[in-house]
Ligand binder design. Structure first.
Ligand SMILES: [Zn+2]
Length: 414
């Protein structure tokens, strides 16, 4: 029995190591398993699986606790055997991913119909072109404070826009991006909500003290792909020569301690770091803006898990100013929680989750020279996961706005 299981375990790793064809992304019968991890050795094992197989970890293998793994139907028998062998408790969180996505697609269509043809509302999710058109409309509607600049082009040729909101009086700047991982739709939705609050909501006054830079959707090709082809796409859409698998994990692609842990050199992995640092043009575009703007605060929005994290991701060591970042995060989360009671965990990336090198926050704090850098994993904790329903966009955005506002107020005055 022991030998047989060892072969099974190796099977999971090796079956996908050097595939001749692109591994199928067919979700019929795929399940999301929620696994309870109480042992560090098991956590290490899952981190290994994440980097060496095509298993799709919906939540990163974190500090001990629950992790959600999507397992396609042909991998299910093996993985369930592994879980049994390692005596790991799990529940079937989503019994059929394909059916779940089909149901949600219907709901997205209904939400879009209800939302009508307003340029942007926060009761539906908007595609990449719609977000860009909305950014352009802001420059036209608020010419005294809003400037939109085309700052680059994605691999597939989509224009990447930078929005600057400024009255020309501020000394400090906050740079905010979202949508680095394509399927995390709540991130661009939340970031665009911040913009709306700053141009015409209760954030207008903040512009006297802080300049704001926004790029709400920095993986344009991947994001577009989630609307048309594959709702669960995470990576970029650039091909990998010599491999049938497409895309790089943009949040493993930044140059600071690139590939030093929690990243994969296998193009078929969901956490493939790319052939070299900054291989992805979209991340080079964002990097170049950060190098010019040198924002005091860098914020990047992801989902899901409800975590407010600061560097480092590449090591469990902490940056020199971690206590400042920690205190400000605690205050931001308190403001967030006060709105709807939503609980967030605060900590350094490698202490709230497993080591992951090549993230944008590590780079922003070190090379980019930002004083504060945060990766925020928005709602929820897996109940809906990436498919956060439209009626939860505004509650998510308005609570996160309070945390964002607190950071802006602090930066403006201290
Ligand atoms: Zn993400």
């Amino acid at each position: 029995m022991k030998l047989k299981l060892a072969v099974l375990l190796a099977g999971i790793a090796l079956a996908t190591a050097v595939p001749l064809h692109e591994p199928s992304r067919d979700n019929h019968g795929a399940q999301v398993l929620r696994v309870k991890v109480t042992d560090l050795a098991d956590l290490t094992y899952f981190a290994y699986l994440q980097s060496r197989t095509t298993l799709d970890f919906w939540t990163e293998p974190r500090a001990l606790g629950e992790i959600d793994i999507m397992v396609r139907r042909w991998d299910l028998p093996m993985l369930k055997a592994v879980l049994l062998h390692r005596k790991l408790q799990y529940s079937i969180h989503i019994a059929d991913v394909h059916r779940h996505l089909a149901d949600m697609k219907e709901k997205h269509l209904q939400a879009r119909t209800r939302a009508g043809d307003a340029r942007m509302s926060w009761d539906a999710y908007y595609n990449y072109d719609e977000i860009n058109a909305w950014l352009d409309s802001l420059a036209a509607d608020y010419p005294s404070i809003a400037t939109v600049t085309d700052v680059g082009t994605s691999y597939e040729g989509r224009t990447m826009k930078l929005l600057k909101l400024s009255t020309g009086q501020a000394v400090h700047a906050i740079f905010t991006d979202g949508g680095m991982h394509a399927r995390e739709w709540i991130a661009p939705a939340t970031v665009t909500y911040f913009i709306q609050q700053l141009v015409a909501g209760d954030g207008v006054g903040l512009l006297d003290d802080v300049d704001f830079y926004f790029m709400p959707s920095i993986n344009p090709d991947g994001y577009a792909y989630t609307f048309t082809e594959d709702r669960l796409w995470r990576k970029t859409r650039s091909p990998n020569p010599g491999s049938p698998c497409v895309g790089t994990d943009p949040n493993r692609n930044w140059s600071f301690h690139w590939m030093e842990g929690g990243a994969s050199d296998m193009p078929c992995s969901e956490i493939y770091a790319g052939p070299e640092p900054f291989s992805e043009v979209e991340m080079r575009v964002v990097r170049d803006q950060l190098l010019v703007l040198r924002p005091r605060v860098y914020l990047t929005f992801h989902s899901y898990s409800q975590l407010w994290m600061y560097p480092w991701g590449y090591t469990t060591d902490l940056p020199d100013n971690w206590e400042d970042m920690h205190s400000l995060a605690i205050a931001a989360v308190a403001a967030l929680t006060a709105v709807h009671g939503t609980q967030y965990e605060v900590g350094s990336s490698s202490n709230t989750s497993y080591i992951a090198a090549g993230g944008s926050d590590d780079w922003a704090l070190s090379v980019g020279g930002s004083e504060y850098a945060y990766t925020i994993e928005l709602r929820d904790q897996g109940q809906y996961g990436f498919e956060l329903p439209e009626n939860l966009i505004i509650p998510t955005a308005e609570e996160t706005w309070e945390g964002f506002k607190l950071i802006a107020q602090f930066i403006g005055h201290y």
